[in-house]
Design a protein around this ligand. Structure first.
Ligand code: DLL
Length: 440
């Protein structure tokens, strides 16, 4: 990933972000020992540590992390609600949850101190990506069980900037608010940022004329091409941030002004990158599943949580001065990876292919089925309004080009269907891009 200088002025919120590596690692080790002591409050972990005779004194170096058990989403589900709580119920200050695919939320808990830590972590990435106390931020994330709204809200407040808790959805209202209050910053999912741009155009407003100067986007996978789209359509700078509710919510990592990967907040999280099959570490820079251990969570400590998110890690120094490991964009999830005729495909590869072809929009739906014995992939792509009306004769060429790009990037043959602008469902939160109709 080439560094192209800083996208905004380079500021660091917390000196902990620049700790020399030996100091950082000493702090991690101390916190890991304290964590092993704390997780003994959780029956699931107590049983494991007892069986393997591991106590805080058995943790001599950070490599001893590998002696600790993994935790999976299935473990969390099995011990719902709040089976992983490590403090007395009276000390719980907040409960969030993630809806997941089953519809039943899995809950996670925070103490008052966890909430303080969380606000500080969000403040770090917000400042890294340009937020200053004089700014106003429109948050178009859900405020509810989802961690996006509240997490970013308290992060913005911690920085000392003004928050508009607009919440998600109702694009027209988002635009009204934006035009009356003129925020410089937008916070939402990347797909919703594009919906806002579309919504503006529908109202006859040039989205580039809005007051926005930059945006902090996260909560779902997106590509570098999608960043360019968002930046171009809204005339802003777009920063990526990553997190998950099981760990804390947003605030696990985020981009700095150099935008060459997201800095992992390593004084609070130990992150491993493992082969999802063998669970052995992958060589540095190779894609693997992120496995996260929370070093400071009080109410909800997690040992080696298997995120299912596939990304790459690298350690080389960043020009911004932070000393932390950086992670790449999330390429997909090991559990939503599609296997099509034996080829592993991530929806993000298809998105990348689409966006390479001029005339397409980043709104698409991938449908997989198996009419006979072979998988069939159909990709519906919205094309841009200016192409749809008067250039119908160019459609077959466009379709072929998209299919060729998909083949080149993802290694599969897909049927491409060009559809009218705005015919694919929009989501105010995370976009749904895949429908798998196969009975596997
Ligand atoms: O989405 C937390 C969050 C909110 C992060 C707002 C950033 C901004 P969950 O609902 O538990 O929590 O979903 C977590 O979303 O495991 C990833 O698969 C995906 N995800 C989150 N951020 C990114 C990102 C929140 N920047 C799951 N890029 C994670 C790609 C992301 N995927």
């Amino acid at each position: 990933m080439p560094s192209t200088g800083f996208a905004s002025d380079n500021r660091i919120y917390d000196p902990a972000e620049t700790l020399p590596r030996p100091e950082l690692e000493a702090l991690q080790l101390e916190r890991l020992r304290a964590l092993v002591e704390r997780v003994a409050q959780v029956p699931f972990y107590r049983a494991h540590l007892g069986r393997h005779d591991i106590g805080p004194r058995g943790i001599r170096s950070l490599d001893d992390l590998r002696r600790l058990p993994f935790t999976t989403k299935a473990d969390l589900r099995q011990h719902q609600p709040l089976g992983f709580l490590a403090v007395p119920r009276a000390e719980v200050a907040r409960i969030h949850g993630s809806s997941g695919t089953t519809g039943r939320p899995t809950f996670v808990a925070y103490t008052a101190r966890d909430l303080q830590t969380w606000a500080g972590l969000c403040a770090r990435f917000l400042v890294a990506g340009g937020l200053r106390p004089e700014h106003t931020v429109q948050i178009a994330f859900g405020f509810g069980l989802f961690t996006g709204g509240f997490g970013l809200h308290y992060g913005v407040e911690r920085v000392g900037a003004a928050v508009i808790p607009a919440a998600s959805g109702n694009t027209r209202r988002q635009l009204d608010i934006m035009r009356e209050i003129n925020p410089e910053v937008l916070v939402c999912t990347p797909s919703y940022a594009l919906t806002i741009a579309d919504g503006a155009r529908e109202l006859g407003i040039d989205p580039r004329s809005l007051s926005l100067r930059f945006g902090h986007f996260g909560g779902e996978p997106w590509t570098e091409d999608m960043r360019r789209e968002i930046e171009d359509q809204l005339d802003i700078q777009a920063f990526n941030n990553y997190g998950l509710s099981e760990i804390i919510g947003p605030g696990v990592s985020g981009e700095c002004a150099a935008r060459t990967g997201m800095h992992i907040q390593e004084d609070h999280f130990l992150v491993e990158c493992l082969d999802p099959e063998t669970l052995e570490p992958v060589p540095e820079g190779e894609p693997g599943e992120l496995v996260i251990t929370t070093l400071t969570r009080e109410a909800w400590p997690m040992l080696r949580y298997r995120t299912r998110d596939i990304a790459r890690l690298w350690r080389d120094p960043c020009p911004c001065g932070r000393t932390t490991i950086r992670m790449s964009r999330v390429a997909g999830r090991s559990d939503d990876m599609l296997i099509i005729r034996g080829v592993n495909v991530f929806p993000s590869q298809i998105e990348e292919a689409l966006l390479r072809v001029e005339g397409t929009s980043p709104h698409y739906l991938i449908e997989v089925d198996r009419p006979g014995t072979l998988d069939r992939v159909r990709v519906q792509v919205e094309i841009r309004p200016e192409l749809f009306s008067d250039r119908m004769e160019r459609m077959p060429t466009l379709r072929d080009r998209i299919a060729r790009e998909i083949h080149a990037l993802a290694g599969i043959r897909a049927e491409v269907e060009l559809v009218e602008p705005r015919s694919i469902e929009r989501f105010a939160g995370k976009a749904k891009r895949v429908v798998d109709l196969r009975r596997l």
